[in-house]
Design a protein around this ligand. Sequence first.
Ligand code: UDP
Length: 167
Amino acid sequence: PIVNVTEETGVVECTFAIIKPDAMRKGFAAQIKHRILADGFHILQERQLQLSTDIAQEFYAEHLGKPFFEKLTNFMSSGPVTAMVLSRVNAIKAWRSLMGPTNPVAAAEQFPNSLRALYGDKENTTMNATHGSDARLSAQREIKFFFPKRPIFPAPTHQQSHEYIQA
Ligand code: UDP
């Protein structure tokens, strides 16, 4: 469907989310999805899968060379994850804000009701329960990476002048 948006309501976007292996293992997936729906998101696509380390490394290629790269990609391939396409007005910002800051300790201090505060591991920043795209372009790339067969999120064009986004 084509969704009409105005400046007041903001732009209906898609973003990409992962429930990470720690939260899956601890049985938090249902609570996390409940919070997602309560926050007005639609879950457009969802799949459970386990990543190989190769795939995790490809997904996190932008972090290659950082000190936490190996720990992160080993962790992300350590068990099943849930990958989702979420849509909502201002989905990218809204999902980042529902997740909270990267570090679960900071999340607990600043946003105690955020998902990373509630479900992340306070002893280990890597195990912070969820992933979320940080921008329109990364959302597109990540959605395509996990849901290659159904490109549901074409880039906004100039003709659309950011008023219409295909959801
Ligand atoms: N991470 C980590 N140590 C750090 C920073 C990040 O283990 O010092 C992990 C953490 O799981 C984080 C992921 O790497 O979610 C990606 O890092 P990024 O800086 O992109 O944070 P995000 O966008 O996920 O909040």
